[in-house]
Every structure is written in structure tokens, then in C-alpha cells.
Design a protein around this ligand. Structure first.
Ligand code: ATP
Length: 233
């Protein structure tokens, strides 16, 4: 059973403490990682994915830091904001380079293109893709290694209502297959239809971790505001 564990995590950027002694556990199913702008979500996810070092504490996937995972792309698939795609490459070329670099079979490329609904556009240059198509391509890249953990930073950005419904269905299928899915958002209402559990942070600190329906009593938006207002930094 794959799990993500954050323990006593702190990250300081000069004078700013972006994350402060943060601890939580993410288990299989879909968990929303929520907080207002600047709450520390992206910083936490970047530490989890080994892109920046914490000042203190640990963030692990199945008990291992990202850098210590023997096959990172098979353990965790991630889509962070502003994923850079070379505009001159086609979607298929892009995925093939990633697959080859990670020792994954080339056959996975067409499987994920199909799964993500980009098969018909696989030969087009990414420079001509819409934001929603880029989001799909990012997801295709995350799914290449068939990982047990998916980490998605603001995956709904750029998706129209049909795209959102499609994303919800895809993530539910992943969770139903026993995967652990963590999705960040600064809008609770945006992910409320998608998630089972939520982790709410504000000012770099944990405000809530638990079932979504325990929050829903007094309305999701007001629960979110109550949890995240007056967060001391
Ligand atoms: N590289 C950096 N250098 C300096 N400060 C940073 C850096 N990265 C993040 N911060 C600061 O850390 C805090 C948390 O930022 P972070 O991007 O983690 O928040 P977030 O919850 O992802 O916000 P958003 O919803 O707006 O994306 C902010 O005050 C931000 O300005």
C-alpha cells in the first residue's frame, strides 16, 4: 500500500518560512491538498519530488526520499505547474524521450496517449497545443511508469468543464485501482467533487487533515475560509 509521509517539514527561503513543521500522511484514494495562495503547497510538493531540499524534516514516498527511490518514475508520477515542453517536439516524441530516459518500454507511450485521449494528436507539435492539451500531456508523462502514487499540482488549470469531468473520472479510476492520488488546489470547491480526504494548510502550517464530509457540514467554502483565515506566519 503506497503512502506519502511528511514529518516535521520546514522550508525557509531567507526571511520567508514557506512551510513550518508540517506533518501529514496520504494513503490510497484521492486526497486534496488545499490552501490559499502562498500557503506552501507547491513548496511541499517540490520537496516531496526532490526538487528542493527541506530546511528540516522529511517528505517520503513509501518510506523513501525521492532521491533514494530505485525507480522514481515507477513509484511516483507528478505534474507540477508550468511543465516545460519543447514546443518543436510532438507529443509522441516528448513521451518517447521520457520513457527511454527512464528505462520504460516504448510501447507505454501509445498506451498512455490512448488513456489520456491524445492519440489523435500524438504527431502534432506541442507548441500548437492548448493549455488543456498540455495538461493532458503532463498527465500522460506522469502515468508512463504506471506509478502507485500520483502527485498533481493544480491539475484543473486550463481545463474546460468537459476536461474537468474527464480528469475526475481518470483520477477516480486510478484511485479505484488502489493508487494514492494527491492533488493541490487553492479552491476547495474545485476539488470537492473529486476528493475523498483533504489536507488544508495555511501559512505553511497544517489546519486540517481528514475526511471531506467532516468539513462539509457548514458549507465547504466557509469551512475553507474558517480554516485558513488568520493564519499566523
Ligand atoms: N524560491 C523561492 N524563494 C523565495 N520565496 C519562495 C520561493 N518559493 C516559494 N516562496 C515563498 O514561499 C511561500 C509559499 O509559496 P508556495 O508557492 O509554496 O505556495 P502555494 O501554496 O503553492 O501557493 P499558490 O496557490 O499561489 O501556488 C510564499 O510566500 C512564496 O513567496
Amino acid at each position: 500500500m503506497s503512502h506519502v509521509t511528511v514529518t516535521g517539514l520546514t522550508k525557509r527561503f531567507d526571511a520567508v518560512e514557506a512551510v513550518s513543521d508540517l506533518s501529514f500522511e496520504v494513503t490510497p484514494g484521492i486526497t486534496g491538498f488545499l490552501g490559499p495562495n502562498g500557503a506552501g503547497k507547491t513548496t511541499t510538493l517540490r520537496i516531496l519530488l526532490g526538487l528542493i531540499r527541506p530546511t528540516a524534516g522529511t517528505a517520503t514516498i513509501d518510506g523513501k526520499r525521492y532521491a533514494d527511490l530505485p525507480h522514481p518514475r515507477r513509484a511516483v508520477g507528478a505534474v507540477l505547474e508550468a511543465t516545460g515542453f519543447h514546443p518543436g517536439r510532438t507529443a509522441r516524441q516528448h513521451l518517447l524521450i521520457l520513457a527511454t530516459g527512464s528505462g520504460l518500454p516504448a510501447a507505454r507511450v501509445d498506451e498512455v496517449l490512448d488513456q489520456i485521449g491524445l492519440a489523435a494528436d500524438a504527431g502534432r507539435r506541442v507548441g500548437g497545443f492548448s493549455l488543456g492539451m498540455r495538461q493532458r500531456l503532463g498527465l500522460a508523462a506522469a502515468l508512463l511508469g504506471d506509478p502507485a502514487v500520483l502527485i498533481l499540482d493544480e491539475p484543473a488549470n486550463g481545463l474546460d468543464p468537459a476536461g474537468m469531468a474527464w480528469l475526475r473520472k481518470l483520477l477516480r479510476e486510478q484511485a479505484d485501482q488502489g493508487r494514492t492520488v494527491l492533488i493541490s488546489s487553492h479552491v476547495l470547491a474545485e476539488v470537492a467533487q473529486t476528493v475523498d480526504r483533504v489536507i488544508v494548510i495555511s501559512g505553511g502550517r497544517l489546519r486540517y487533515s481528514g475526511a471531506l464530509d467532516r468539513l462539509a457540514g457548514d458549507g465547504l467554502e466557509s469551512a475553507f475560509l474558517r480554516l485558513t483565515e488568520e493564519a499566523p506566519r
